[in-house]
Design a protein around this ligand. Structure first.
Ligand code: AMP
Length: 218
């Protein structure tokens, strides 16, 4: 199965991606998470991506495309994968279409998580991420058992640099200007599955399962 998880920052792509991945046994390829790992490790890719990310801007297409190309050719992607945060521009969507076509892979669907802007700002500004395992929390909606400490691995929770108010504004603007047009691209191809994501993670997941094939059929 190959699905694209689509929607503005804070829509719940990461949370739902983790659940879908667990249910269907396919990896989630999160370009944002790969960049964050590279920034943390101080790799050349991380050094390039860091400035764009901390300002809330998109990393240039050619860098992201190469990263995805390398990742989907790894053996764990043979039975399928989820794309979280990619494609984010029409150019990326067109390149992905060619890339997958050459590999004989078809996208099964694009799950579009729709959330109002006020709710997105609330979610992003309260989000905390584990510095060790990447698990996400929200200071009000999904608090950890002990403030500042990850329930799963005991790592320290931190606020992403791009979840600060100025960067949030830029990211939402980038989404509207460059990413939202990708919706029409997938609508034209009959792949878009719209999901009202103004709900709890459990409720959203129920809606996701309703549009995905049953796990046994994959
Ligand atoms: P995310 O975790 O998906 O919100 O991504 C965090 C940041 O990584 C974004 O604000 C961008 O700076 C960068 N990024 C992630 N995916 C892409 C992409 N497909 N194209 C360009 N930049 C990206």
């Amino acid at each position: 199965m190959v699905y694209v998880l689509f929607g503005p920052p804070g829509a719940g792509k990461g949370t739902q991606g983790a659940r879908i991945a667990a249910q269907y046994g396919v990896p989630t390829i999160s370009t944002g998470a790969i960049f964050r790992d590279n920034v943390a490790a101080g790799t050349p890719l991380g050094l390039v991506a860091k400035d764009y990310m901390s300002r809330g801007q998109l990393v240039p297409d050619e860098i992201v495309v190469q990263l995805v190309k390398d990742r989907i050719s790894e053996p764990d992607c043979a039975a399928g994968f989820l794309l979280d945060g990619f494609p984010r521009t029409i150019n990326q969507a067109e390149i992905l279409e060619v890339m997958l076509g050459e590999a004989g892979i078809a996208i099964d669907g694009v799950l579009d998580f729709e959330v109002g802007e006020d709710e997105l700002v609330k979610r992003l500004s309260g989000r905390r991420t584990c510095s060790k395992c990447g698990a996400t929390y929200h200071i009000v909606a999904v608090p950890p058992r002990q403030a500042g400490v990850c329930d799963q691995c005991g790592g320290a929770l931190e606020q992403r640099a791009d979840d600060m108010p100025e960067a949030i504004r830029t990211r939402l603007h980038e989404y509207q200007a460059k990413t939202a047009p990708v919706l029409a691209f997938y609508r034209e191809r009959g792949l878009l599955r719209e999901i009202d994501a103004n709900a709890s993670p459990d409720e959203i997941f129920a809606k996701v399962l309703a549009v995905l094939p049953t796990a046994a059929a994959v």
